[in-house]
Design a protein around this ligand. Structure first.
Ligand code: AMP
Length: 406
């Protein structure tokens, strides 16, 4: 598979070669043809997979084929991304891959003066990369309209949600034309994100890149079947084990994380939560306390946990199962780093059994169950197939590119 075989045009091929990219990454070989066919896209991919180029390359190609606006360039592509750092990186990607095509782009984000950004827009841009808050400000002041947007990218949608930007995103959506091509990227697909994707995308093609983790093999994994209402008690029970010096506990929601911390602290266990509602310095403090073992339990949501890199983290507890099987792999991958021993316990209630089935399918093994514990599951639900919130490429024979992409 080469960029040429994906029908990437010569000026962009040249730029990619200059960047030193010899072959497309899996997300690129899947997404580029879809975007070039002007279809909507739902992509499950994390940073580091090459996802930026997966949308930037075909967008540049589609826009390069259009006649240029005779006077001032109007924004034809909007990329929304949650942070300033990402916005800058995406801007740099457009600059690098687009250096041989005649397209103008600019990047706008908060926390800096707006005048240079407004001036750039006034001078005309084809591609606008923006964080939601500053973009709304600039629109509300009448410096910009989104009426001419033909291509819309929502980048890191789950992080937008976690950082509290979802209302701004929804407001911006109302300012975009009905008729457009939309590309939706998210590392995880919680229900709220699936719902948002459904409101934005029209009959989207779906792609996913499955993270493969070799560490999964060396991590000891166990399941506790337990009723939802007994999870707190089971956690306290497990923490009686003094061998667990520090443990990273995952919950699905910020609220859930705070609740777990409250219970632990009330029971004399040092615990802190780390999630998107916390200020950066509060997160940093919690992480430092955890690393130096002042705090025994760090409770995290998936997104907040992404940057956490703790050496010698021996235990991970999935307090709640995620509906995305890949998330399980990410979570337990926090332990067992560099060949160190690691143990991952998962609390699975009746409703989560279907998620567990998906996890076992993904990792291609059955996870041993610990059944001699004080809070066995009473609520015996039959295992139902999980409602597919996201079709993974691996298990989706309908997906046209999957063979080619290999
Ligand atoms: P991203 O996931 O978009 O943050 O990209 C991760 C990194 O991979 C960036 O530093 C890109 O420059 C690099 N990258 C993207 N696509 C390719 C490729 N096809 N070959 C080599 N490096 C790439």
């Amino acid at each position: 598979m080469s960029f040429k075989s994906l029908e990437v045009i010569e000026p962009i091929l040249q730029a990619l070669e200059d960047e030193g990219y010899s072959n497309p990454t899996p997300i690129q070989s899947q997404a580029i043809p879809i975007v070039l066919q002007k279809k909507d896209l739902l992509a499950c991919a994390q940073t580091g997979t090459g996802k930026t180029a997966a949308f930037a390359i075909p967008i540049l190609q589609l826009l390069a084929a259009k006649p240029k606006d005779p006077k001032r360039r109007k924004v034809k592509c909007l990329v929304l991304t949650p942070t300033r750092e990402l916005a800058i990186q995406i801007g740099e990607s457009f600059a690098a891959y687009g250096k041989n095509v005649d397209l103008l782009h600019t990047v706008i984000f908060g926390g800096v003066g707006q005048n240079p950004q407004v001036n750039a827009i006034r001078n005309g841009v084809d591609i606008l990369v923006a964080t939601p808050g500053r973009l709304l400000d600039i629109i509300q002041q009448g410096f910009l309209s989104l009426h001419n947007v033909e291509l819309f990218v929502l980048d890191e949608a789950d992080r937008m949600l976690d950082m509290g930007f979802i209302h701004d995103v929804k407001r911006l959506l109302t300012l975009l034309p009905e008729q457009k091509q939309s590309l939706f990227f998210s590392a995880t697909m919680p229900n709220e994100i699936v719902k948002l994707a459904n409101t934005i995308l029209k009959n989207p093609s779906k792609v996913a890149v499955t993270p493969v983790s070799s560490t999964v093999e060396i991590i000891q994994q166990f399941i506790y079947f337990v009723d939802k209402g007994n999870k707190q008690k089971l956690l306290l029970e497990l923490l009686k084990n003094e061998a667990i010096k520090t443990v990273l506990v995952f919950t699905r929601t910020k609220h859930g994380a705070d609740k777990v911390v409250k219970v632990l602290v009330a029971n004399g266990i040092t615990a802190e939560a780390i999630h998107g509602n916390k200020a950066q310095n509060a997160r940093q403090r919690a992480l430092t306390n955890f690393k130096n073992q002042t705090t025994r339990v760090l409770v995290a949501t998936d997104i907040a946990a992404r940057g956490i890199d703790v050496d010698e983290l021996a235990y991970v507890i999935n307090y709640e199962m995620s509906n995305i099987p890949e998330t399980y792999v990410h979570r337990i991958g926090r332990t067992g780093r560099a060949g160190a021993a690691g143990t991952a316990y998962s609390f699975c209630d009746a409703e989560e059994k279907a998620y567990l089935k998906d996890v076992e399918k993904l990792i291609a093994k059955k996870i041993p169950v610990i059944d001699n514990h004080p809070f066995p599951l009473v609520d015996h639900h039959p295992v139902k197939e999980a409602k597919p919130t996201f079709e993974k490429r691996k298990f989706n024979p309908k997906f046209k590119n999957q063979k080619k992409a290999k």
